[in-house]
Design a protein around this ligand. Structure first.
Ligand code: ADP
Length: 158
């Protein structure tokens, strides 16, 4: 059986927290599709294509990881691509409450879908893309929070 998981998010930008969740999930699935959601209401700092390129670069050594972009409901994408698992990371109890309602609503809409959660490693509990964006916007050095090999500061200023 081909176990496909979808890892949806905004990845604005990808952080070491996202990277770690995907790498730890590799043994659980045959394929992991990192899906960047396009949300017109949520203004992103980095262009979609740039975010996609960074994620592709981070996982270039892992043929089972694919990167796509999508619009609309995550459950519709899962139906279209025949995906049975959604992968999510859990940092805090706030994440849990948020994820619980989304996961339960998704299950109502697509009963065969299961959401699989991985607890973040303790070092990544406080890490989120919003804070990384603030650091970069204000000219700080965010390199310890983003995957190796990605120079976001320089790319951003180009
Ligand atoms: P963020 O919450 O940082 O803006 P996204 O909306 O792109 O990130 O989230 C995509 C997925 O990645 C979510 O399941 C989120 O919980 C998970 N995630 C984000 N940051 C981390 C982290 N530091 N550790 C574990 N999981 C994370």
């Amino acid at each position: 059986m081909n176990r496909k998981a979808l890892f949806p998010g905004s990845f604005d930008p990808i952080t070491r927290g996202h990277e770690s969740i995907v790498l730890r999930a590799l043994p659980l699935f045959d394929e992991i599709i990192v899906a960047i959601g396009i949300n017109e209401q949520k203004k992103s700092l980095f262009p979609l294509e740039q975010r996609k390129e960074w994620i592709k670069k981070v996982f270039s050594d892992y043929p089972s990881v694919e990167v796509i972009t999508y619009e609309g409901l995550t459950v519709d994408l899962c139906r279209r691509l025949d995906i049975s698992y959604i992968l999510r990371g859990l940092r805090t109890s706030a994440d849990f409450e948020f994820e619980r309602s989304i996961g339960q609503m998704n299950k109502k809409m697509l009963p065969d879908l299961e959401t699989v959660f991985l607890l973040t490693i303790p070092e990544h509990t406080a890490l989120n893309s919003g804070i990384v964006r603030d650091i970069i916007r204000n000219g700080g050095d965010a390199s310890q929070f983003i995957p190796e090999g990605i120079n976001i500061t320089n790319d951003f200023r180009k």
